[in-house]
Design a protein around this ligand. Sequence first.
Ligand code: ATP
Ligand code: MG
Length: 316
Amino acid sequence: MALTGLENNDLKLIIFGGKGGVGKTSCAIATALSLADRYNTLLISTDPAHSISDCLGQEIGFKVTKADGTHKLWAIEVVADKALSGFKEEHKAELKKLLETSTSLDNDDIDELLTLSIPGIDEVMSFKTIIDFIEEGKYEKYVVDTAPTGHALRLISSPKLLDEWIKVAARMRWKYRYMVTSFSGSYKQDEVDTFLMSLKKTVKRIENILKDTARCEFIPVCIPESMAIMETGRLLSDLLKSEIYARQIIVNNVMTSGGCDYCQRRKAGQLRYLQEIGESFGNLNKVEVPMFAEEIKGLESLGKIKKVLFTEIYES
Ligand SMILES: Nc1ncnc2c1ncn2[C@@H]1O[C@H](COP(=O)(O)OP(=O)(O)OP(=O)(O)O)[C@@H](O)[C@H]1O
Ligand SMILES: [Mg+2]
């Protein structure tokens, strides 16, 4: 089987996720390379380890960079900390005013605000960077490589966390608003209210695209090993809870050659796990990628994965 449907015009955002070391980066880049044969494609890494530079053999960094030797592929490695500090810098005045005008805060409010402001906000800013790119519309496809499962799930649940934060901030504003209204008889919406509303819109924009089965698809990558299968199961059920669409799965590192004794034993060892994958994730289109003898680095070896992922019947 091959990956299907990625060329649908409506489909913009394709997110790869899975356990550590299963081949997410290799498969995300190979997919981006294939799409870039026809579409202007932006490959985005949200993994703090940023291995797309290593895999492509080219320094990418936190700026859109044309991938050497490709026709229509660009790449960027989003640095969450920088995305967050950029956001804080941009909205310093509003954030300061938010706290200054919240003089009626009680300690519980402050504690709640602080706890809620920490998790998720940097991931939201990574996602905001992605959404801004999509809305700018310069590219036709956006392929996202994530760090291992926990990170991908944090990324996906980040809008919810930011939403909680906004709710607390809005509650603080209500108290302030109440005070101002009591003293002066009226309240005029200010820049902090506008800022909170625009944050709320960002959350909605992220949620809308993530839950839109026509515009967004999540592709889990798994390998035929027990722990990877269990982790994929958990990932899929979390995706389902978040209403994020997964239609197909890549099973990487499948032993195809039974030549030497070692290969034969590894191949035999994988059989029951391949069967388990078939049974557990039977509702998904399954694409098997063989274990290659050499590591996946540079356009030539990535081209081999690309060929497997997009060729109906692959013969190694
Ligand atoms: N089908 C394959 N055959 C041979 N080697 C592979 C294959 N797929 C991936 N590799 C190698 O396995 C290693 C891990 O691959 P990759 O970096 O794509 O995984 P990952 O899931 O992105 O890892 P991480 O969780 O660290 O981000 C790399 O050295 C890569 O070259
Ligand atoms: Mg990776």
